[in-house]
Design a protein around this ligand. Structure first.
Ligand code: NDP
Length: 353
C-alpha cells in the first residue's frame, strides 16, 4: 500500500480528500538493499510545502519520515529485525536499493525503541528531536549556568505544546531559563505548565493583533525576552521581535500560520513580518537565524540522538503524541497540524503490532 497525493494543493486546508491509497507488488531486494516493513509514518508541517505545484509537487507517492523494521538485509550495515528511522515513500512494505538507502539519512533505532515504541523515532528520537536540539542549543545558544541554577535568560516558544515546542520548552527549563510558551486554548496552556514545566502560558487565541500579543508577553516578561523560538510566524513574530532585549536571538524554525497561504513557491515560509525594520536590529544587536534540522539529524553537527535519548531515558523529557491508525487516515492526521486538533507529535501507525 502506498499513500499518494491526488493533485497539488497550492493554498487552503489540506485534508483526507487530497490523498488516496494505491497498491502494487513489492519489488526485489537487490545487492546492498533492504526489504522494510514500515511501522509508523510521520505527519509534519513541512510536508504542506511539498504538495504545492510551485515547489514542484505532482500527483504521486507521498514521502516523509518513517520508522521501519528490516525484514531482509543484503546490506552489511543492517540486520533483519533492526529498527531504523529514515526519509522514504509512505509504502507499507518496500524494497529499497543501496543507492536509495544512502540518500535516506537512515538512523539506527535498535536498542532505543521496539516496535511498540517506534513512534518515538519520529518525535524525540527523530527529526522533531533534532530540530528542538539544534535550534535551542546551537542556534539560540542559551547562557550556561551551573546545573539546576537559573541562567538569567527568558525564552519565548510559539506552538509551545507541539512536537518541537514541547521539547524546546523542557530543554530551556533544564538550561535554567524562564520559559514562556504560547498555544491555542486553555487546555493546551494547562498542559504547558503541568506537563512541560513552562513558567508562563499564553493563549494566543485571546490576542487579535501583534500589539495585543506583545501586551500578553509583557505581563510574563516585563523586561523583555532574550530568545524566541519561532514556530508560527505572522503576529507571533512581530510581537516577539518587538519584545526582544538587547543581544536577543531568534531561531526561525517554522511559520505554520502561513503554510496554507498561496503565492510562495517554497510554501509561504516567509514569516510575513509586518514591522521587520532592519534598522531596528542594529542598536540592540539582535540576531535572527533560520535553520533546518538536517544538520543535526544527519549527525553532521552535535550528537542529537545520543543526547536526546539520554535526556529521555532519564525522564527529563515528557512527550505527547497523537497516534492515528492506518495509512488511509494520514490526510486527516496531517490536517490536524493546521487546525491545532493534534496534541504533540502526529504519528500514523501503519503496521499491525
Ligand atoms: P506541532 O506539533 O507544533 O503542530 C502544529 C501546531 O501549530 C498546531 O498544533 C497548532 O498549535 C499550531 N498552529 C497551526 N496553525 C496555526 C496558526 N495559524 N497560528 C498559530 N498556531 C498554529 O508541529 P511541529 O512541532 O512538528 O512543527 C512546529 C513548527 O516547526 C512548524 O512551523 C514546522 O514547520 C517547524 N519545523 C521546522 C523544522 C526545521 O528543520 N526548520 C523541522 C521540524 C518542524 P495550537 O493548537 O497551539 O494553535
Amino acid at each position: 500500500k502506498t499513500l499518494e497525493l491526488i493533485a497539488p494543493l497550492d493554498e487552503g486546508m489540506p485534508g483526507p480528500e487530497h490523498f488516496k491509497i494505491t497498491e502494487a507488488p513489492v519489488g526485489e531486494v537487490t545487492e546492498g538493499g533492504l526489504l522494510l516493513e514500515v511501522l509508523c509514518v510521520s505527519a509534519d508541517p513541512y510536508q504542506r510545502s511539498r504538495i504545492k505545484s510551485g515547489a514542484g509537487a505532482v500527483a504521486g507517492p507521498v514521502s516523509g519520515f518513517v520508522t521501519a523494521r528490516v525484514l531482509v538485509s543484503k546490506s552489511p550495515k543492517w540486520h533483519p529485525g533492526d529498527i531504523l528511522g529514515a526519509a522514504l515513500p509512505y509504502t507499507t512494505v518496500q524494497a529499497i536499493t543501496a543507492e536509495a538507502l544512502d540518500k535516506t539519512m537512515a538512523w539506527k533505532l535498535t536498542g532505543l525503541v521496539d516496535e511498540t515504541t517506534a513512534s518515538l523515532g519520529l518525535g524525540v528520537l527523530g527529526m522533531t528531536g533534532s530540530t528542538a536540539y539544534g535550534g535551542f542549543y546551537d542556534i539560540l545558544k542559551p547562557k550556561r549556568s551551573k546545573a539546576g541554577e537559573p541562567n538569567g535568560e527568558t525564552i519565548f516558544v510559539s506552538a509551545a505544546s507541539g512536537a518541537v515546542g514541547q521539547l524546546v520548552g523542557q530543554m530551556a527549563k533544564m538550561a535554567g531559563c524562564t520559559v514562556i510558551g504560547s498555544a491555542g486554548g486553555p487546555a493546551k496552556c494547562a498542559l504547558l505548565k503541568e506537563k512541560f514545566g513552562y513558567d508562563h502560558a499564553i493563549d494566543y487565541k485571546t490576542a487579535a493583533t501583534a500589539e495585543e500579543l506583545k501586551a500578553l508577553l509583557k505581563e510574563c516578561a516585563p523586561d523583555g525576552i532574550d530568545m524566541y523560538f519561532e514556530n508560527v510566524g505572522g503576529i507571533h513574530f512581530d510581537a516577539a521581535l518587538a519584545s526582544m532585549k538587547p543581544g536577543g536571538r531568534v531561531a526561525v524554525c517554522g511559520a505554520i500560520s502561513q503554510y496554507n497561504e498561496g503565492g510562495n513557491a517554497k510554501g509561504g515560509l516567509g514569516g510575513q513580518a509586518n514591522n521587520l525594520y532592519l534598522g531596528g536590529l542594529i542598536y540592540p544587536q539582535l540576531r535572527i537565524e533560520g535553520f533546518l534540522s538536517q544538520r543535526w539529524l544527519s549527525g553532521q553537527k552535535g550528537n542529537f540522538l545520543r543526547d536526546t535519548a539520554k535526556m529521555f531515558k532519564q525522564g527529563k523529557l515528557n512527550v505527547t503524541e497523537t497516534v492515528t491508525e492506518g495509512l488511509e487516515n494520514w490526510g486527516a492526521a496531517f490536517q490536524s497540524l493546521f487546525t491545532g486538533a493534534n496534541n504533540g507529535k502526529v504519528v500514523v501507525k501503519v503496521a499491525d503490532f
